[in-house]
Design a binder for this molecule. Structure first.
Ligand SMILES: CC(C)[C@H](C(=O)O)[C@@H](O)C(=O)O
Ligand code: SF4
Length: 471
C-alpha cells in the first residue's frame, strides 16, 4: 500500500504496535529545556531509574533566561535560577549534554539543534515544547510532548504515540517581493483556522515550498502547530541535504550513504491523505494579526474584519473579545497603527536569514524615537554571525537594542515583557492574551514588516518602504 512520509517514519521507528491507535515510537533525539524537564527528572529519581540513552538527549536553557546585553548572565529571579541550576545538576548527574546559561552556543532549543546539525532527515525528535514541529523542515518528525512523556522518554528513549491522520498542503507559485515564509504560514493558518490541522501531521509540498531556504521552511513548520497540527513535514531535497551535511560534522565517512537514504524519504506518489489544501504563494501579501489568535491575520492592505460577519456565534464572540483586548474597531486599518515596542526574535524568526532581512530594511534608517525595539538573536551562533557580518553594528546604530539569545519577549517568562497596554510588532508565533506581558498587545508579522514598523513607529507595508528607498 502506498504510504506517506509520515507513515514511513512511524513505521521505521515503531518498536511495538500497542493497539489500533497507538505505537511505541523510538526517538532518535530528545531535546529538553529548563521549563518542562524538572518534574520528569524528579520522577526518574523517585523510581530509581537511569536515563536509558543519555547521548541521545540534549538540553538547553532558553525560556527563563535574561537577555540583557552583558556577556555574563546571572538569573536574578529565584524560581528561574532554580530551574536552570536543577537542569545543570540533572544533566551532570545523567551525563546529558547541556547548553547552559553562559555557553557561547546557548540559544533557543529549536534554533540551536538544527544549526548544530543535530536534526537530520528521517529522524524522530521529541521535546517538551510545542514548537518541536519545526524539524519537519528537514524531513524529521518532531513532536512536542508533556512533562510525564519527557520522563518516559528519558527512561526508555521511546514515546507512546497516537497515530495521526495525514494532511497535505500544497503551495504552488512563488512569493512576491516583500513577502516571506512568515506571511505564507500566517496566510495558511488564517485560511484553515487555529484548529484546522488538529489531529493531523501536515506535509507541506509544492514549488512554493521547494523554493524556500531551509531556514524559511523552519518558519513554516514551526507555526504548523498554530493550526493545531501534531507535526509537520517537508520532504528532504538538495536544499535540506546541503544544510544538514555541512553541519552534521560528526557523520564523516557515512555521510554519503546517509545522503542517499535522505534522498529516498518522500511520500509515495499514490499515498492517501485524509485532507488536502492548495494555496498559491503569489497571492500572499505581507500579513499582520489583528486579534489574539494566530489565525486572526489579514493582508496589510485589508481592514480589520467585523465580528458580525463571523460564521458562528462562538467565532463572533471570540472576534469581539479579541478586538476589545487588542483595542481595535471593526473596519480599522492596521496601516498607520502606532506601536510602542518591536520584538525581533523567537524560534520562528531569529535565525541569521531573518536578521539579514531586518538589516536590509533598516539600512540607512533609524528606529522611530517613540519606539523601543529589541533584536534577540536565536542563538549565540546567530549572534556571532550577525556581528561578523556587520548586521549587529548596523542595527545598534539604527537604535535597536542588541541582546543575548533566548526566548525573551516571545513569552512573558523572563525579564523581557510588555507593560500593560503596550502594543508590539512581533516576529513571534503566538499573540494570545498576556503572551508578551499582562494586557500587552501583540501583532504577529514577518521580520521585514517588524523592521519597517520600528522605523515608522507604526505598522506599515514593507513594500512601500522598499519603493521609497533612495539607492
Ligand atoms: C513553555 C513551553 C512549554 C511552551 C511550548 O510548549 O511551546 C512555549 O515554548 C511556548 O512557545 O508557548
Ligand atoms: S521562542 Fe517562543 S515559541 Fe519558541 S520555544 Fe521559546 S517561548 Fe516557545
Amino acid at each position: 500500500m502506498p504510504r506517506t512520509l509520515y507513515d514511513k517514519l512511524v513505521d521505521s521507528h515503531t518498536v511495538q504496535r500497542l493497539d489500533d491507535e497507538h505505537v511505541l515510537l523510538y526517538a532518535d533525539l530528545h531535546i529538553m529545556n529548563e521549563y518542562t524537564s524538572p518534574q520528569a527528572f524528579a520522577g526518574l529519581r523517585q523510581r530509581g531509574l537511569p536515563v536509558r540513552r543519555p547521548w541521545q538527549n540534549v538540553a538547553v536553557v532558553d525560556h527563563i533566561i535574561p537577555t540583557h546585553p552583558l556577556k555574563h548572565r546571572v538569573i536574578l529571579d529565584e524560581a528561574s535560577a532554580l530551574q536552570a541550576s536543577n537542569l545543570a545538576r540533572n544533566c551532570e548527574l545523567h551525563g546529558i549534554a547541556l547548553f547552559d546559561t553562559n555557553d557561547p552556543l546557548q540559544g533557543i532549543e529549536h534554533v540551536v539543534a538544527p544549526e548544530l546539525g543535530m536534526i537530520r532527515p528521517g529522524m524522530v525528535v521529541l521535546c517538551g515544547d510545542s514548537h518541536t514541529t519545526t524539524y519537519g523542515a528537514f524531513g524529521a518528525l518532531g513532536f512536542g510532548i508533556g512533562t510525564s512523556e519527557v520522563e518516559h522518554v528519558l527512561a526508555t528513549q521511546t514515546l507512546v504515540h497516537r497515530v495521526a491522520k495525514n494532511m497535505r498542503i500544497r503551495v504552488d507559485g512563488q512569493l512576491g517581493l516583500g513577502c516571506t515564509a512568515k506571511d505564507l504560514v500566517l496566510h495558511i493558518i488564517a485560511s484553515i483556522g487555529a484548529q484546522g490541522a488538529r489531529g493531523y501531521v501536515v506535509e507541506f509540498t509544492g514549488e512554493g515550498i521547494a523554493a524556500l531556504s531551509a531556514e524559511a521552511r523552519m518558519t513554516i513548520c514551526n507555526m504548523a502547530v498554530e493550526a493545531g497540527a501534531r507535526s509537520a513535514l517537508i520532504e528532504p531535497d538538495e536544499v535540506t541535504i546541503e544544510y544538514v551535511a555541512v553541519r552534521a560534522i560528526d557523520m564523516k565517512w557515512h555521510l554519503p550513504r546517509a545522503m542517499e537514504q535522505w534522498r529516498q524519504l518522500r511520500s509515495d506518489r499514490d499515498a492517501r491523505f485524509h485532507a488536502q489544501f492548495h494555496f498559491d504563494a503569489s497571492e500572499v501579501s505581507p500579513r499582520v494579526t489583528w486579534g489574539t489568535s494566530p489565525d486572526q491575520s489579514i493582508p496589510i492592505d485589508q481592514r480589520v474584519p467585523d465580528p458580525a460577519a463571523a460564521m458562528t456565534p462562538q467565532q463572533r464572540d471570540a472576534a469581539r473579545r479579541a478586538l476589545q483586548y487588542i483595542g481595535l474597531e471593526p473596519g480599522a486599518s492596521l496601516q498607520g497603527l502606532t506601536i510602542d515596542r518591536v520584538f525581533i526574535g523567537s524560534c520562528t524568526n531569529a535565525r541569521i536569514e531573518d536578521l539579514r532581512e531586518v538589516a536590509k530594511v533598516v539600512r540607512g534608517r533609524k528606529v522611530d524615537p517613540r519606539v523601543r525595539a529589541m533584536v534577540v538573536p536565536g542563538s549565540g551562533a546567530v549572534r556571532d554571525q550577525a556581528e561578523v557580518e556587520g548586521i549587529a553594528a548596523q542595527l545598534i546604530a539604527a537604535g535597536f537594542e542588541w541582546r543575548q539569545p533566548g526566548c525573551s519577549m516571545c513569552l512573558a517568562m523572563n525579564d523581557d515583557v510588555l507593560r500593560p497596554g503596550e502594543r508590539c510588532a512581533s516576529t513571534t508565533n503566538r499573540n494570545f492574551e498576556g503572551r508578551q506581558g499582562r494586557a500587552g498587545r501583540t501583532h504577529l508579522m514577518s521580520p521585514a514588516m517588524a523592521a519597517a514598523a520600528a522605523i515608522h513607529g507604526c505598522i506599515t507595508d514593507v513594500r512601500r518602504l522598499e519603493q521609497t528607498r533612495v539607492q
